[in-house]
Design a binder for this molecule. Structure first.
Ligand SMILES: [Zn+2]
Length: 302
């Protein structure tokens, strides 16, 4: 699949050195784009497993979601998402834009996959949901029998990763937390929320369309084949929702993400009063981004 992706998206699609996103758009990750059947037969998830070998090089303090073997580390590309990128590559963007990738009624329907987590691990994940509920108008509701569109929270040992946003055509949405001890790895509270923000439709901070005004991607330090991790989203596909660029966002990657040599791959162009890539807390801007994406009451007042 890596080959297929590389072939289709080539230098311009993924490799151009651009990259990332915030929220809002990426509409085609949602319902619309399935029709064309773009990559028939290709499994976008397994294809990216070529990233997995580098995990052996990961320093122990790294953010695990950066190395979970998916597109941009932890974003699961399903067929609509691949179609989006193929279409973007083909410069027919307007054809694939879908207005809304938000969960209806601000409500994420979810379940735990059977027997994947013990009680403490389940509590750690639900603590993240509670934190989101406490700071936004988002609600999480357990799947009821017969419901076909929902998030299946799995505990495969393959890292932490998630689909982005809501897509009715997906049916079951993928969200995975490797079942680490609560408070560590994928079950660190801020990392739990990081993946929940993906499923709510938020992309990585450093992928937003104007990120080059705030960070410099240092290509010469990026590990071979990893340039695609620094994908930049188009301004027509994502929105910053009027929220300033946030170096401390829990959706930002660390300064040495995907480094080949330990040197920085993401260089801040302004002073950062904290640690880029921190996973100790969720910032006010992170919450505001969710609240504005879902038009929560008061989110646009200031
Ligand atoms: Zn992520």
């Amino acid at each position: 699949m890596r080959g297929a992706t590389g072939g289709l998206l080539g230098g311009e699609g993924l490799g151009g050195g651009a990259g990332s996103l915030v929220s809002g758009g990426l509409g085609s990750l949602g319902a619309g784009a399935l029709g064309g059947g773009g990559l028939g037969g290709v499994n976008p998830v397994s294809g990216l497993t070529s990233l997995l070998p580098i995990r052996g090089l990961i320093p122990p303090d790294i953010n695990p979601e950066e190395y979970s073997g998916q597109f941009q580390g932890d974003i699961v590309l399903d067929e609509p998402a691949i179609d989006y990128m193929v279409n973007q590559y083909a410069m027919v963007r307007s054809a694939v834009v879908v207005a809304d990738v938000r969960w209806p009624n601000n409500t994420v329907v979810w379940q735990f996959n059977d027997n994947d987590f013990d009680e403490e691990q389940q509590a750690a994940i639900q603590e993240g949901m509670q934190l989101v509920e406490n700071n936004t108008c988002i609600r999480f509701r357990l799947r009821e029998p017969g419901e076909t569109v929902y998030v299946n929270i799995t505990g495969n040992a393959t890292g932490c990763y998630s689909m982005v946003g809501y897509g009715a055509v997906r049916g079951m949405h993928v969200l995975n937390y490797a079942p680490h001890p609560p408070g560590t790895g994928c079950l660190r509270l801020t990392t739990v929320v990081h993946e929940l923000m993906h499923i709510l439709g938020i992309l990585h901070m450093h992928s937003t369309h104007d990120r080059d005004n705030y960070v410099r991607i240092v290509e010469e330090n990026i590990a071979p084949g990893m340039l695609g991790q620094f994908f930049i989203a188009g301004a027509q596909d994502v929105s910053n929702l009027g929220v300033p660029y946030d170096y401390l966002s829990c959706m930002h990657y660390s300064s040495n993400a995907f480094s080949a040599n330990g040197n920085v791959t993401i260089e801040a162009l302004q002073e950062v009063n904290g640690v880029m890539g921190q996973r100790d807390y969720i910032t006010d801007s992170d919450w505001l981004r969710i609240n504005r994406h879902y038009d929560c009451p008061g989110a646009w007042d200031e």
